[in-house]
Design a protein around this ligand. Structure first.
Ligand code: ATP
Ligand code: MG
Length: 403
């Protein structure tokens, strides 16, 4: 088969392939981008596979970075772009279900394609646009089928992560797992125990963000793989509900976690440990907590000024975008307007600060400063007081005289 219209990214990368060929090596476009071009989807990274060994690649191109030289990958910088160039390789004897014991560089494209996970990911494309299809990946692509390359049991034993990858491709592409591939996932799901949480999380998040999320989740449950995902084992019923959640593709990772946590009814106190188990960053955890709590308020009515202020516009919009999952309409413009209308956007915009209080009241620093500022902040946000120094100082005076 011939790709008639090569994408711009490939045309730009052609000189790279030319140079490798001129030096006497083979070079092809491989991996996800070939699949995505054939599916007429946008491509993100251009991966090139070559018969040249890493040292040979480095000798050909003036600007390179070693990013994974032990796996055969060299980053080539050219015309403002970067290309991952990986030497054809085989991965022999996986004894711990996760990492190849030994990566061997080879000169044969076929050997390289054989080690790839699914037939639709094992296609190569030469610079002229001819597809090299050694495992009937094109037919599977056409029939929307995810099929392991070779014996699925062996392939999942070599690297159990492939099972999670399979499930996330179901979610991203809406493809069906070919029956023996699916059965092999079901049978070997417990091998996921050996896989690092970080690798599982990457695939799980991609699954949650897929266009065919419900199908991907259904397969995650049917294959039992969910049992080896952090914190999900005891939640079959809730996860079934989550797999039926109606609504558009989830746009963003924080939103995905929020919808999951809300459907699983994880209590606010448990959110942190739940997300820690997935190795989420502290920043992600804080955002998820804020958006989740904003969502609880927004489900009941519109945002209070203080909530909008605490969330900030960006997070408030993340909350607002979740309403369709609760059969409500997002009112993004209304949120923006309300936010813009807030009398202050942060504490530094308050007409008084800690120093003003210290000077005015001539008291020792202490917790009274923080509580006074917060009380003023609240009054200003609720428009019960103007954001004026004199008004706020008199208000603080009445507060302090009461305490
Ligand atoms: P994406 O569009 O998300 O980048 P991708 O298919 O390109 O999807 P990558 O992780 O970028 O996925 O991997 C590039 C290629 O490397 C895959 O298409 C596949 O051929 C191969 N590959 C990646 N991970 C594995 C794996 N665990 N086992 C076998 N082959 C793999
Ligand atoms: Mg890729």
């Amino acid at each position: 088969m011939q790709v008639k219209k090569m994408p711009q990214e490939y045309i730009k990368a052609r000189p790279i392939i030319n140079k490798l060929e001129q030096a006497g090596f083979e070079a092809y476009f491989v991996g996800g981008s070939v699949r995505d071009i054939l599916l007429h989807q946008k491509i993100h990274d251009v991966d090139i596979a070559t018969s040249a060994f890493p040292a040979e690649v480095k000798a050909i191109f003036p600007k390179t970075i070693d990013i994974g030289i032990e796996h055969g990958t060299v980053l080539v910088l050219s015309e403002g772009e970067q290309y991952e160039i990986t030497t054809f390789r085989t991965e022999s004897t996986y004894q711990d279900f996760r990492r190849p014991d030994d990566v061997q560089f080879v000169r044969s494209l076929e050997e390289d394609l054989k080690r790839r996970d699914f037939t639709i990911n094992a296609l190569a494309l030469n610079k002229k646009g001819t597809v090299i299809d050694l495992f009937n990946g094109l037919t599977d692509l056409q029939n929307k089928i995810l099929r392991a390359v070779g014996d699925p049991h062996e392939r999942f034993h070599e690297d159990a992560l492939r099972m999670m990858r399979g499930l996330r491709f179901v979610s991203q592409l809406g493809f069906e797992l070919e029956p023996t591939t699916f059965e092999a996932i079901k049978e070997n799901h417990n091998l996921l125990e050996k896989i690092s949480v970080e690798r599982i999380t990457i695939e799980f998040v991609k699954l949650l963000l897929g266009e065919f999320r419900n199908l991907g989740l259904e397969m995650l449950l049917a294959s039992q793989c969910y049992q080896y995902c952090p914190g999900l084992a005891g939640y079959l019923k809730e996860l079934e509900k989550f797999a039926e959640l109606k609504g558009p593709r989830i746009k963003e990772e924080t939103q995905a976690w929020v919808l999951l946590l809300d459907t699983l009814q994880i209590s606010p106190k448990q959110v942190r440990s739940f997300l820690k188990a997935w190795k989420c960053s502290n920043e992600r955890i804080r955002t998820v907590q804020a958006v989740l709590s904003g969502l609880q308020e927004r489900k009941e009515g519109f945002f209070q000024p203080k909530t909008l202020y605490d969330l900030g516009l960006k997070q408030a919009l993340l909350v607002e975008e979740l309403l369709p999952y609760y059969q409500k309409t997002s009112q993004l413009e209304r949120v923006e307007k309300k936010y813009e209308a807030l009398p202050i956007k942060n504490l530094s915009q308050l007409a008084i600060n800690g120093n003003d209080l210290l000077q005015f009241f001539q008291q020792k620093p202490g917790s009274w400063i923080k509580s006074s500022l917060e009380a003023c902040e609240k009054k200003v946000l609720e428009r019960q007081l103007p954001n004026q120094k004199q008004d706020l100082l008199s208000y603080t005076q009445t507060l302090l005289s009461k305490s």
